[in-house]
Design a protein around this ligand. Structure first.
Ligand SMILES: *Cc1c(COP(=O)(O)O)cnc(C)c1O
Ligand SMILES: [Zn+2]
Length: 498
């Protein structure tokens, strides 16, 4: 729709103009730093940052209903800069001019309700939000769109040259980083660090295909993270892990979209998110709080985090009921099918702790919880979901397993409605599905396939080996076809048309 056709009062606001005064705010000592430098931790105390807009009060000059209308109408605007996560430009990164925004098709992923059979099985209404339908097939694109748009802006305005973007990854961060960096062409080079043998072949193919320098090291993600952290302390690199607070801002869009899907009414809603490095759960909480601050939503939904029993430091932290007794202890991870969340020392833990405090204060007891599920439950739930028309990855399976655990434990009621994060596309994790089908899980996974979820291709062999007769005569082709038709009809028990 053309600008002139929009309501007049909204016209001046539809195409965002740079505004705001963003700074890095240290969560530990409160120090603030300008965003004209690449910073990831506080130089004074090593604390983690969140981005703060010091001029955020200007946003309060409009009522919540204004923002609702603006975001609804903006959807009809055919301007690439606001087609993705920057539909919410004022809340995500208002300092970035639209001309620097990179849009590769991220965000506005579909929310797909579970069919009645699946809802009955789980005992409540729910659906998936398919973040696997982002360009690199995971939610990480949301954060990368923000981080790389900011870098693009910085490179242009400060005439930077030879910037190297680097990240450690369980697979999806590197796929997203490499994709967005590739789009920036020779403005930016990218390198990714992966735990050898701990990302799927599909995930490995992504940064390779995008032309990133790909390095593998022995160990797990936590080891990779330590290396890039040390590297970024000593050398000039742009760190693209979720320590980078621009990524958290971008990922807030996930919560905004859910709110908008429900026309900004979120009573009785439950948002279920698998937790790995805890960046995503931070972003979901931050996003909901920000919408709430501005009166865009008046009810905060329940938020449920999910962790596997093989990588559950956040679950363990919240197991202690007395907040003053809680101490964070990293865990040594074990093999997990939710490999993208197989993290024992979540970088964003200090952010989570603070945001959860604020969330509970505003939304009340029980508005946030972390549940723990087994590897078995993750695989079974993923297959159950996908056999009912979803495209959940193993982490998406973890979301469903978490919802079922929460139902069992009475943490959610039957009359609530859950939105499960399918954080990546099923295809990225098909190797775990294959292990399930072949019953070839190494014992440390502790997964025993259920026959009703297993599936295999069945090779049909024509009686005479007609298939290899090529080029075949019309008579041979007909015999080949007839033979296979007869075999299929017998196997499938088809009734003849007579
Ligand atoms: C990164 C990732 C997670 C974990 O998200 P965090 O922000 O690290 O907690 C879960 N699922 C998938 C598919 C991921 O790529
Ligand atoms: Zn500090």
């Amino acid at each position: 729709m053309e600008l002139k056709d929009f309501p007049e009062d909204l016209q001046p606001y539809l195409i965002p103009t740079p505004s705001g005064e963003m700074v890095y705010r240290c969560l530990e000592c409160g120090a603030e730093y300008g965003i004209d430098q690449l910073l990831y931790t506080c130089p004074r105390c090593q604390g983690l940052f969140l981005l703060e807009d010091k001029a955020a009060d200007r946003l309060r000059q409009h009522p919540g209903s204004f923002w609702q209308r603006l975001f609804n109408y903006r959807k009809m605007l055919n301007v690439p800069a606001v087609k993705g996560i920057f539909l919410y430009h004022e809340l995500i990164a208002p300092v970035i001019p639209p001309e620097d925004i990179i849009f590769l098709g991220e965000g506005h992923t579909p929310q797909v309700a579970a069919n009645s059979r699946l809802q009955d099985e789980v005992g409540m209404a729910f659906g998936y939000k398919n973040d696997g339908q982002n360009p690199s097939a995971s939610f990480k694109d949301r954060g990368m769109a923000a981080a790389l748009s900011y870098l693009n802006y910085l490179i242009r305005t400060r005439n930077l040259e030879g910037v190297l973007a680097i990240c450690a990854s369980t697979g999806d961060t590197s796929a997203a980083a490499a994709l967005y960096a590739a789009y920036l062409g020779n403005k930016l080079a990218s390198a990714v660090l992966l735990p050898h043998g701990k990302v799927t072949p599909q995930q490995l193919s992504q940064p390779l295909g995008s032309g990133a320098r790909v390095f593998e090291i022995p160990g797990v993600f936590d080891d990779c993270m330590r290396v890039v952290e040390a590297l970024s302390e000593r050398y000039h690199v742009a760190l693209l892990n979720s320590k980078n607070s621009w990524r958290i801002r971008g990922q807030e869009s996930y919560a905004y979209e859910i709110a908008q899907w429900y026309d900004f009414h979120l009573p009785n809603k439950v948002i279920v998110v698998p937790i790995g490095n805890a960046g995503n759960i931070t972003a979901v909480l931050e996003g909901l709080l920000r919408f709430h601050d501005l009166g865009i939503i008046d009810t905060l939904p329940r938020v449920l985090g999910v962790q596997s029993h093989h990588a559950d430091p956040v679950f363990r932290y919240y197991q202690e009921q007395n907040p003053t007794q809680r101490i964070f202890v990293p865990v040594t991870v074990k093999a997990s099918v939710a490999q993208a969340a197989m993290i024992g020392r979540p970088v964003s833990m200090p952010r989570v702790i603070r945001r959860v405090e604020e969330y509970l204060r505003r939304a009340g007891e029980g508005s946030f919880a972390v549940v723990q599920v087994t590897e078995q439950e993750i695989m079974d739930s993923m297959l159950l979901a996908n056999r009912n028309g979803h495209i959940a990855c193993t982490q998406g399976g973890e979301s469903l397993a978490g919802l079922r655990a929460a139902r069992r434990e009475g943490l959610v009621r039957r009359d609530e409605e859950a939105v499960l994060d399918a954080t990546a596309h099923a295809l990225k994790f098909s190797s775990f599905q294959q292990m399930y089908f072949d019953n070839s899980f190494p014992p440390e996974f502790e997964v025993v396939p259920k026959p009703e979820y297993q599936n295999h291709p069945q090779l049909l062999t024509p009686q005479a080996n007609l298939a290899s007769a090529s080029p075949s005569s019309p008579a041979e082709q007909q015999a080949f076809t007839q033979d296979l038709v007869a075999q299929l009809a017998a196997i499938l028990g088809l009734k003849s048309k007579g």
